[in-house]
Design a protein around this ligand. Structure first.
Ligand code: ZN
Length: 264
């Protein structure tokens, strides 16, 4: 490919290579996720707590650890705008939402309305990426889950929040404290419906839990209590007892999973 702009040409070539069709999991030519890798994706979500969990965080559900194919899917969708992955990620996120409502969801669908509230991306990030990956996969998850499940982008990100990458757990909490607010117009729109809904905060990746906790706080500030957090993948190992093999407790940010996602 010759574009006359070397950096753009290299980038385009890289995108071509990716879009030219090979599986993100095993590199076999063809689809972005081959049938075998798709079948190997986890089918159930479980609680996956960060360590230490932010005080007051509702239970976070994830289908898998943030590694391997799951990590490739999230990054390719988010950073390389591979929108064909939106439904793949949406199905995974839907499993986390369903797990959060295991006691409420019947085979025919959830009992009572469920409201999925995506964690907001910074407007500058959405502009730079050309899309809002978390909102897109949350909408896709709602379509998978069917009737009774809606998406409400109730939250917005306030200015002044820096990228979370490279910050340790304490810095992340400080960076995010008060960083989100409810959009009054959206809230009024949903309040007018008059039915109480079960609210789940949705995101692509859970790292320290600070972002989800801030979303939960911003909702609670206007009287909306989130019941759970649903994500595709979590960086910490599964730790029902709150203990973690790969937690962030007592380690520097550099010891966390490499290249944490640019957060919202
Ligand atoms: Zn594959």
């Amino acid at each position: 490919m010759v574009t006359g702009r070397e950096t753009g040409g290299v980038r385009d070539a890289a995108v071509d290579l990716l879009l030219g069709g090979s599986c993100l999991g095993c590199s076999v030519p063809g689809r972005l996720v081959c049938p075998a890798c798709r079948a190997a994706l986890p089918s159930d979500a479980t609680p996956r707590w960060p360590s230490p969990p932010p005080p007051g965080l509702v239970t976070p559900f994830a289908v898998t650890a943030y590694e391997g194919l799951a990590r490739s899917l999230v990054l390719s969708h988010k950073e390389h705008r591979m929108l064909a992955l939106t439904p793949v990620l949406g199905r995974l996120l839907a499993r986390s939402v369903a797990a959060a409502f295991a006691g409420l969801v019947s085979p025919g669908g959830p009992v009572g309305p469920v409201l999925l509230v995506p964690v907001p991306s910074r407007p500058s990030t959405v502009r730079a990426r050309g899309h809002d990956p978390t909102l897109a996969m949350t909408r896709s998850a709602a379509r998978v889950l069917g009737a009774g499940v809606s998406v409400a982008p109730l939250l917005r990100s306030r200015p002044g929040v820096v990228d979370q990458a490279g910050l340790d757990v304490v810095q992340r909490r400080a960076n995010l404290a008060g960083s989100m607010a409810v959009r009054p117009r959206e809230l009024r729109r949903w309040a007018r419906r008059g039915t109480a809904a079960h609210v789940v905060v949705c995101d692509d990746v859970l790292t320290t839990g600070s972002t989800a906790r801030e979303a939960q706080r911003a909702l609670a500030a206007v009287g909306v209590e989130a019941l759970a957090v649903a994500v595709v993948a979590a960086t910490a190992r599964r730790s029902p007892a709150g203990e973690s093999h790969l937690g962030v407790h007592g380690v520097s940010s550099g010891a966390e999973v490499p290249s944490p996602p640019a957060t919202h």
